[in-house]
Design a protein around this ligand. Sequence first.
Ligand code: PRP
Length: 226
Amino acid sequence: MPKMGITFALAKGRILQQTMPLLEQAGLVPSEDVLTTRKLMVDGPVVNGCPVRFLIIRAADVCTYVMQGAADMGIVGRDILLESRPDVFSPLDLEIGRCRLCIAGPEALVRQGSPKRGSRIRVATKYDYLTEQYYRSQGLQSEVIHLYGSMELAPLVGMAERIVDVVETGSTLKANGLIEEATLFDISSRLIVNPASSVTRSDMIKPLIARLREAVVAQRTHRSEK
Ligand code: PRP
């Protein structure tokens, strides 16, 4: 009897391009090009008699699918894990999607130094929890202005004094006259697993994690040889 399949949630966007070589290395190749297809669910290979299928969804939704058990496992950035604190296991750093979460602001404002203790700073971000936590730890009050993207615009139109957002190359900050004030933490993509699946489907999940772990090492070696 064929085994019940494993569902693997992949995040759309920039990160998907870096995910594909890793999946290929692990022998987990989707049946069609997930970078171009409009399909949201794509078949994958059969591993040890168990079919694998992929969901192609928004990065912010990967945790929800995995937490609800609609996906057994998924790939998501550390930033999203720390912001939404989902009830999932995170057994593996995939060493892709490297960037950092930063506070940034207009150059002139940042050069004035840290705002006085007790003063209130308007911060545009989609990382409400992490932003409030950081400012509280600094003894500063923040007013979070929640945005879904293009945070860099908010200081330019006077809607915020700072932004908290991911920075990879720094070119978006530069193009908008902003500079980094502080780095909150480094980010890379993580494998996440539904806690119930990791118990009831461990016969399938464990070999998949092992394959991905080997692929991470192979890709690391490949990068260091370049
Ligand atoms: C992300 C992020 C920054 C930019 C940083 O946005 O929000 O705007 O990338 O990258 P850089 O340091 O290499 O310039 P993305 O383009 O992913 O779109 P988003 O605004 O929808 O998040």
